[in-house]
Design a protein around this ligand. Structure first.
Ligand code: URA
Length: 261
């Protein structure tokens, strides 16, 4: 075996990943830097979370892992459907609790439902949701293998930013979901999700690409898919964030695409 082989393998792996991301996730060009996979990184320690009160005791993770989570999530969805704790109850068509696997190792959290979600009652089904689906596929996963939710469960009129009192009224639903889904890692999509989960005001550009601690779970922030639709050049950084998520979860790189077709 020549000493060059590991480097060749790393090149092939990096190229396969880049091609797969390009095909599935719409990254327009291959990386410009050396196509060598980053050297093995030291264990990534989450950054410390600012002190906050402990959440109320919830059913143990082992119960969730034994199949109780879907039932409890359905009950939670009923509570959300009945919720009138903020003004968004007046204008919503449907509540959008979120959906996916439970328990799940990976949970995505976005901002708030848009028009398509408000009509369907499902999170991330519009254009941004389609891009999120491609991002998940580029990681070698299916949407059904992760849980997808939002900070708010009701659409703000005209898709305006969630207001602090709306987030304050709604946040406990998300905390309950996180307990039930029991993810190892939360991927926060955009500044609203990351900022509210981490209680930080920083822009997403400063929060992305880092590993935070959220109540004992890892949290990685990346750009919101709606932003990526407007700024496709940022997909490269988003893909770096998703690869960080994959490394943290010990996920295999997706298989090389078949270029013969
Ligand atoms: N944007 C979000 O943040 N969430 C959705 O569900 C859809 C669009």
């Amino acid at each position: 075996m020549s000493g060059k082989e590991p480097l060749d393998q790393e090149l092939a792996r990096a190229l396969a990943l880049a091609l797969e991301a390009e095909r599935l996730f719409g990254i327009e060009e291959l990386p410009r830097g050396p196509l060598v996979a980053a050297p093995a990184e030291p264990a990534i320690e989450p950054e410390a979370e600012p002190a906050r009160p402990e959440p109320a005791a919830t059913p143990s993770a082992s119960v969730a892992r034994e199949g109780a989570a879907p039932v409890a999530l359905a009950e939670l969805a009923d509570r959300i459907a009945a919720c009138r704790d903020c003004r968004l109850a007046e204008t919503r068509c449907r509540t959008v609790p979120g959906q996916g696997a439970a328990p799940a190792r990976l949970m995505f959290v976005g901002e708030a439902p848009g028009a398509d979600e408000d009509q369907s009652g499902l999170a991330f089904v519009g254009r941004a949701g389609q891009l999120l689906g491609k991002m998940i596929q580029a990681m070698g996963l299916e949407r059904e293998q992760v849980f997808i939710a939002n900070i708010l469960k009701c659409r703000p009129p005209e898709n305006r930013r969630p207001q602090p009192d709306e987030v304050g009224a709604c946040f406990h639903h998300l905390l309950d979901q996180i307990d039930l889904v029991n993810p190892e890692l939360i991927c926060a999509l955009g500044a609203t999700a990351a900022g509210n989960l981490l209680e930080r005001q920083d822009g997403i550009g400063r929060l992305r690409g880092r590993v935070f601690d959220f109540q004992g779970r890892k949290l990685v922030a990346t750009y919101h898919p709606s932003y990526l639709l407007r700024e496709p050049a940022k997909k490269r950084e988003a893909w770096e964030d998703l690869k960080l998520v994959m490394r943290l979860l010990g996920l295999e790189a997706p298989p090389a695409p078949d270029r013969r077709a």
